[in-house]
Every structure is written in structure tokens, then in C-alpha cells.
Design a protein around this ligand. Structure first.
Ligand code: ATP
Length: 815
């Protein structure tokens, strides 16, 4: 297959990672790869100039447009390694020259690329190959020209990365393809042989859109990075708002989709959000907003933040604009109010970790889907559903996306919200719970509970956000949230105090642990702990932490046999950068740490590349779990990753150093780049980063040098990532509802002879898109207690994928 990839519509962070993955996976699978510059515009313009020898950019067309067989020199590993156009495209596209022929690349839009053309693309924002909105492609004439250009280049498969418009265009092209080919043949633009050879075009879509507005996928490429940008701005605005006691109205992108605004509201700790799917329910949105903000101010808040989505409106579809919101806040509440429109800053910048991993996995799947396509299969859109990369019929996804806009325009907001993924509604309800001070939510006195919250283990991003959400939930319902300082030690020292609504207000964005944390588990103190729970009249215990918290929960559950005080609901919310708690796919803090790792590796790689031929061995934390190292390798383009699960030996090191030697030999002179090797701290006790680095330096000789960096505690990250914050809120609220349910059930039992319910000692786990409270006893069979990690981790295969895309497995096998 000859596969071309293009990016279209608005740019989004992660598009480059998608192009990189498509190019690499296509080469791995034995295809020739092309990029189309400037989206559909490039497809319509095609390659205006043909070379003297009838070959443009390694493609096989002559002046008459008849395809000639591939040239031997364009085939094989060496050709696939470096076709040599990528760097030139970036430097000054129009004026660049083809290094083989010396011809100008000006006017060439469909360009053969090789493995090395896409190196270093992972960390770049926007789209290097360019994007455009192309009016011509909307016409049949434009699409006919595009088809002709594809046939001239011998391309029979296309990956389109863009929004719903771009994917609609892609589907149209495929649906019309037989007709377009017939028209080209009848006009004499192509030969009968070409018409036969290119009678089918395979197309796959990737969704690049910062709005996260596509149906049938949980996330789109670029949306998480845009959320990062918004939260960074909100965090910055927050300090100045607080200093001057100001209100800020922040406008974020999202014409038909409020995902960005809602998630920003949740993770940024906003006071009010306006989104198209869920407009204020009151007849006057002004009254509703002012009532909420007035209560917040009366509580003592010094700052106010209101998020307005671009497409916000009231329930009668009258637009709600930031300036109007500002006027209302000024006039009715006398707040010194400013408007900040974030605009294009939301699109820009380096992709966050998720926007490297997701497009990489999706790009690989896109190529696999193309290779498995038949003329009968529909064009697929590659999405993500339940944390698994999915294929869905492209037309259906586009139709369902358009159905949301239709529902909104019909004022059918319930349908619009339902058509988004289930998390959307949950996030909106969660936002109302943590920001509301409306007395209507207060429960009758007999239902009130005293809920203790503690942190256990190492700090992890999102612990404080989870505590804030739990405290706010409690206060909204009339319960008493009690902070236990310094884990079980603090409980035994009576270091317990009630949390207030205002006290936790700024905790959303704080890293570390506001409550104080340590690795102590109950052990022999279990009786003492039970009596202190009783002393403080605790109705439920909420533990936020890593593997230690899991062990603590197991001990407490076991201790219920002897201590009836432990019959209360006990819940563990996994929070650890190691992501090693069994069953759950994501623990709080794992996303923050992955981003910290990506940031550090980008800087290290830059330094390594500046020295041209340096290998950096980077050591990560993670205990006996290789999650962080593996996902870090996938997100940074590291060429080798060592994990505790797979371990290390001499044979491995020998073949890896041979691979690196060969790889550096193949680099073009003067263009060798820095490469990363990631080692999880416990991958080997013998081969430390120091030893590995010395071996590589020795073996590298004149080809490459080696250095190491140990990232240590920096990986705990500073400010928690928006994904960790949003996850913290979602999970924490579910834990509180769980505690309520079981605590009330316990109260309903007669005091004498109360039996503990094994279900009431649980860990909150994420599997796919479902969140479950899994009884701790059921977790044990999925745990490797000795190595302190889960068995069968979902990410295990990604080590090999990272190394394939890092070229190790592919080229090492072939050279
Ligand atoms: P974003 O979400 O950033 O707006 P998008 O892909 O939806 O991205 P559009 O401007 O709608 O952006 O579409 C991008 C390009 O896709 C258009 O300029 C046009 O070339 C092509 N396209 C869009 N809709 C169609 C269509 N119905 N038929 C043919 N081509 C289309």
C-alpha cells in the first residue's frame, strides 16, 4: 500500500504525533508513506512540477500521469529511513530542495517521507505538515482533481486527521471514488490500467479537534492539551484575582461543545460555568449566577471565576457573552470584573502526555485498519472508548456528532447531554455539587455523618483535589468532613480537625499533600486505630493513597473480625504516580507524573540532540511497576525502555548497544540526534543507570556518547494535571456517595449483633469508562502482593510498541 496522511481543519496539539505514528507504523508494515501538505488544499493542488526523470519526490508518476514501477533505490530499509523531506518542510517549505534531485520542492504537496523525516515531531505543537480550510474540496471538481493527484502519485490509502468537517469530506471522497475514477478515465486523464489499479481508495479518519466534540469517541486529539492551556491560564489568573478580590470571566473555545469549559470549571475550581449543552435552568440566568456567586462571596471567597464557552446561551438559545456576564457581576454584585478571552492560546504549545500517547496509539491503529480494509468495509474513524482504541464507522460518528448540534438547536438539552459520553453529565452534576452552597441539598439531621479523610503513602497529584471534592460534598449534604493529619499516626495522636468550605477552596491546584502523609499502615496499632475511630465518632473512613492505602484497607477489613468499630464503610481512592494499585487502570497522580516525565525528557532530549550523538539514560520512579517508564517511552519517543516486569540481563544490554551502534551508523553525517533510554528504577538492581551508561559509552565509541539523569522525586510533579484534578473530583464524589449508602445501612441495623458488610470495604477502580467500588477482598486475586503491583497490566504491550516506534525492534531485526 502507499499510504498518505494529511491534517485538516483547525490544528490541534498531537496531530504531529499522529502523523509520526502513521508514517512509522506504515513503514513497519511494509508500506510507502507520503504526507500531504496543507490538508485538502495540498491534495487538490498536488505536485505541480514533475522532475525531468519523471519521478517526483520518490513517487512514480511521469508527465502523462501514468504510474511507473517503484525505483529500486526508493525501496528498502535505507530509503525508508530517510527520505529527507521532513526537516526541509519545516525549515522553509516552498524554497526547500529535494536532496536527491536538487529540484525545488515548491509546488509539491504530496511528498514521500521516511522514518527519520518524522523524528522529534512528537513534542511539537500544531501540525508541521500544515493544515488549511479548502473551499475547492467541497466541490466535485476539487475532489476530482484530488483523486487525480492521488492516482498520479500511486496512492491508494489515505489517513485524514481533522474535525467532523474534514472527516465528512473524507467520507465523501471515498463514497464518490468509483465515479471520480470513471470520470477521469472518460476524460483521458488516467489510463484504463490506472483506473483498474486504483478502483478503490481506503480511508481512515483520526479525530483532531481541541473541542472534544466528536461522538463515539471519549477524547479527541488536542482536547487534553487545550485543557492544560486553559487550566494554566486559570491558575495564573487565580492569584491576581485573589490579590485584588476580583472576578474574572474567562471565555474558552467550544461552539457546540462545552467539554473544555466544563472540564476547566471542574479542574480549575470555577464558581460558575456556561456551556451549550446545559444552560442555566432558571428563567433568568443572571439571577441564578448571581445567587451562586453571592453565596461564595459571603463565605469569604476573595476571587470569582466564571467560565463561558464560546457557544454558551440561555435556555431560549439567546447567546451569553462574556461582556454581558461582566456587566451583570459589576452592576448587581459590585464586583471588580475583568474579561479574559483565551482565544488561540488554547490551541498552541507542546502537547501534553495524553496528546502524545493517544495519537500514537491511534495512528498505529489507523494503519492497521487500512491494511485490513476491503472495498466492502466502511471507512473507519479511530476513537478511544473505555480506554481502548476503537474503530467506528466514520459516517455514523459524524452523524451522531451533528445530532448534538440539532438537539441543542431544538432546545432538547437532555438529549444533547445524553449524546455526549456518560462522564459529561457526571462532570456537570459533580461541578454543581462542589461549587454549590445551596441549602436545598442539606439532608435531614438524622442522615448526617462524620467522615474522616486521610492521605497514605507518597504524595500524588490530585490528592488535595480529591479531599476538596469530598469535603465540599460532605458540607453540601450537611455531613462533617474531618481531616486526619499524617495518616494513621495522626489519627492515633488525635490530629483531626473539621474541614470548612473556604479552607479547601484553593486545594484543587495544589500538589503534595495538604493533610500530610506517610507510609504507615495499621499493623499492630489496629486496635488503637479502631478505638480512635470510635472516640471521634467516625461513620466512614476515606483513604487517598497508593499501595500502602490498599494494604491498610486489607488490614482494616481483616481487623473487622475483632473490632466492631471497623464495621464502618472504608474506602480507598488509589493515588500514586506508580499506578500500581491492582484492577484500576489509572490512579490519581499518574497523569501528573507522566507529564512531569515528558517535560523533563523533552529538555533532556534537546540537550542530547544539541550534542548530536548523545544517548541519555533516564531513570524514573515507579517501584516494581513499569507503567510510568513504559508510557513515558511511548510519550517521548524513547528508543529503549527497561521495566521491572520484563527485567534486564546482559544479553539485552549487548543487543541494545549493538542496535544503538547500527542506528547511529545509519544517521546522516552531522544529523545524528540525541536518543533516550528510559529505565524504571527497579528494572534491575545490578544494572544501575550508572552502569548502563558506562557500558553504552564504552560500546558507543566514536559513534555516540552516553549520559544519565535520575528524575527521582521531581516526578511527583508540581501542580496536578487537569486530568488528575477532574478524575479526583469524579472519583471522590462517588466514594462519598458510597460511604453515605453503607453508613446509613449500618445505622439501620440494630446496634446489637451488627455484621460487617464485606462490600463496604472497597477500592474505587476505573476499568474502561466504568467506575466501580470493588470490595477489597476481590482485589487480592488481581494483586501481586510481593511485587506490590497488579497482575496483567493493561499497558504491558506498549513496551514493545514504544520500542518498535523507537526503531529498535524494526531496524534491529532488519539490519
Ligand atoms: P474544526 O473542528 O477545527 O473546525 P473541521 O475538520 O470540522 O475542523 P472544517 O473547516 O469544517 O473543519 O473542514 C475542514 C475542511 O474539510 C474544509 O475546508 C473542506 O475542505 C473539507 N470539508 C468539510 N466539510 C466538507 C464537506 N461536507 N464536503 C467536502 N469537504 C468538506
Amino acid at each position: 500500500m502507499r499510504i498518505a496522511v494529511l491534517t485538516s481543519g483547525g490544528d490541534s496539539a498531537g496531530m504531529n504525533a499522529a502523523v509520526r505514528a502513521v508514517v512509522k507504523q506504515a513503514i513497519v508494515r511494509g508500506c510507502e508513506t507520503y504526507i500531504v501538505r496543507e490538508g485538502y488544499e495540498g491534495l487538490v493542488r498536488g505536485n505541480l512540477e514533475a522532475n525531468d526523470n519523471g519521478t517526483a519526490n520518490g513517487a512514480n508518476n511521469d508527465q502523462s500521469g501514468v504510474c511507473t514501477p517503484p525505483r529500486p533505490e526508493d525501496q528498502g530499509v535505507e530509503a525508508n529511513l530517510r527520505f529527507g523531506y521532513g526537516g526541509l518542510l519545516r525549515d522553509g517549505e516552498g524554497d526547500s530542495t529535494d536532496p536527491t534531485s536538487g529540484k525545488s520542492l515548491k509546488g509539491r504537496y504530496i511528498v514521500r517521507v521516511g522514518w527519520d523525516d518524522v523524528r522529534g515531531w512528537m513534542g511539537e505543537g500544531g501540525t508541521i505538515i500544515g493544515t488549511a480550510r479548502c473551499a475547492a474540496f467541497r466541490t466535485i471538481e476539487g475532489r476530482t482533481t484530488a483523486a487525480h493527484n492521488l492516482i498520479k502519485e500511486g496512492i491508494n490509502a489515505l489517513v485524514v486527521c481533522g474535525g467532523d468537517g474534514s472527516l465528512t469530506g473524507a467520507d465523501k471522497l471515498r463514497a464518490e471514488w468509483p465515479q471520480l475514477v470513471a470520470d477521469l478515465l472518460s476524460k483521458g486523464s488516467i489510463t484504463a490500467e490506472q483506473a483498474e489499479m486504483y478502483k478503490h481508495l481506503m480511508i481512515v479518519g483520526l479525530v483532531g479537534s481541541i473541542d472534544n466534540d466528536m461522538a463515539m469517541t471519549d477524547l479527541t486529539i488536542g482536547a487534553p492539551t487545550a485543557l492544560h492551556r486553559i487550566c494554566e491560564s486559570m491558575d495564573n489568573i487565580s492569584s491576581t484575582a485573589s490579590s485584588h478580590s476580583r472576578a474574572f470571566v474567562i471565555e474558552v473555545m467550544g461552539r457546540y461543545c462545552g467539554w473544555l469549559a466544563l472540564m476547566a470549571g471542574v479542574s480549575g475550581g470555577a464558581d460558575f460555568v456556561f456551556i451549550p449543552e446545559c444552560p442555566p435552568t432558571a428563567d433568568s440566568w443572571e439571577d441564578e449566577m448571581c445567587a451562586v456567586i453571592k453565596r461564595h462571596r459571603e463565605m469569604g471567597k476573595r476571587k470569582t471565576m466564571v467560565i463561558v464557552a464560546e457557544g454558551a446561551h440561555d435556555k431560549n438559545l439567546n447567546p451569553i457573552k462574556p461582556d454581558k456576564v461582566k456587566d451583570i457581576l459589576r452592576e448587581r454584585l459590585s464586583l471588580d470584573t475583568r474579561v479574559t478571552t483565551l482565544g488561540h492560546t488554547q490551541r498552541g504549545g507542546r502537547p501534553c502526555a495524553y496528546d502524545r500517547v493517544l495519537p500514537t496509539l491511534q495512528g498505529v491503529e489507523a494503519v492497521n485498519a487500512l491494511l485490513e480494509s476491503t472495498p466492502e468495509t466502511p471507512s473507519y474513524m479511530i476513537g478511544i472508548h473505555e480506554n481502548k482504541i476503537s474503530r467506528v464507522p466514520l459516517v455514523e460518528a459524524v452523524q451522531q456528532t451533528q445530532a448534538v448540534a440539532t438537539a441543542i438547536s431544538n432546545k432538547d438539552f437532555a438529549t444533547a447531554t445524553r449524546l455526549r459520553d456518560p462522564e459529561f453529565k457526571e462532570a456537570f452534576d459533580g461541578f454543581l455539587t462542589v461549587s454549590s452552597l445551596d441549602p436545598v441539598y442539606i439532608l435531614p439531621k438524622e442522615k448526617h455523618l462524620r467522615i474522616a479523610i486521610m492521605h497514605i503513602g507518597a504524595p500524588a497529584g490530585g490528592m488535595n483535589a480529591a479531599t476538596r471534592a469530598a469535603a465540599r460534598y460532605c458540607l453540601a449534604h450537611g455531613h462533617t468532613p474531618l481531616a486526619v493529619q499524617n495518616g494513621f499516626t495522626g489519627l492515633m495522636d488525635d490530629a483531626i480537625y473539621p474541614l470548612t468550605w473556604l479552607k479547601v477552596d484553593s486545594w484543587m491546584t495544589r500538589g503534595g499533600s495538604e493533610l500530610g502523609t506517610n507510609r504507615n499502615v495499621p499493623g499492630e496499632d489496629i486496635g488503637n486505630i479502631a478505638s480512635h475511630l470510635q472516640k471521634h465518632d467516625i461513620d466512614g473512613l476515606f483513604m487517598i493513597g497508593g499501595f500502602e492505602a490498599f494494604e491498610a484497607l486489607l488490614e482494616l477489613e481483616e481487623g473487622r473480625k475483632y473490632y466492631p468499630q471497623l464495621h464502618i464503610p472504608l474506602v480507598h481512592l488509589p493515588a500514586t504516580l506508580s499506578n500500581n494499585v491492582p484492577v484500576t487502570e489509572f490512579s490519581l497522580g499518574s497523569d501528573t507524573s507522566l507529564n512531569a516525565l515528558v517535560d523533563a525528557c523533552d529538555a533532556i532530549r534537546q540537550s542530547a540532540s544539541a550534542s548530536r550523538n548523545r544517548v541519555f539514560v533516564v531513570e524514573t520512579q515507579g517501584g516494581m511497576c513499569g507503567y510510568l517508564a513504559t508510557m513515558g517511552a511511548l510519550a517521548t519517543g524513547a528508543v529503549i525502555v527497561y521495566t521491572p516486569e520484563v527485567g534486564m540481563n546482559l544479553h539485552m544490554l549487548r543487543s541494545d548497544s549493538k542496535f544503538l551502534q547500527r542506528r547511529y551508523e545509519l544517521d546522516e553525517k552531522g544529523k545524528a540526534e540525541g536518543r533516550l533510554v528510559i529505565k524504571s528504577e527497579k528494572a534491575s538492581n545490578v544494572f544501575s543507570v550508572d552502569v548502563i551508561t558506562k557500558i553504552l559509552r564504552e560500546e558507543g565509541g566514536k559513534l555516540f556518547d552516553a549520559r544519565y539523569a535520575s528524575l527521582g522525586h521531581t516526578l511527583q510533579g508540581g501542580i496536578p494535571s487537569p486530568i488528575d484534578r477532574a478524575r479526583a473530583v469524579r472519583l471522590s464524589l462517588k466514594c462519598m456517595a458510597f460511604i453515605e449508602e453503607h453508613a446509613w445501612a449500618l445505622r439501620d441495623q440494630p446496634a446489637k449483633g451488627r455484621k460487617p458488610n464485606p462490600k463496604s470495604a472497597a477500592v474505587i477502580t476505573i476499568t474502561g469508562s466504568s467506575v466501580n467500588l470493588t470490595p477489597v477482598k476481590e482485589m487480592v486475586e488481581h494483586a501481586d502482593m510481593k511485587n506490590r503491583r497488579g497482575v496483567d497490566p493493561w499497558w504491558a504491550d506498549y513496551k514493545q510498541l514504544a520500542e518498535i516506534l523507537g526503531s529498535k525492534n524494526y531496524f534491529a531485526g532488519k539490519l
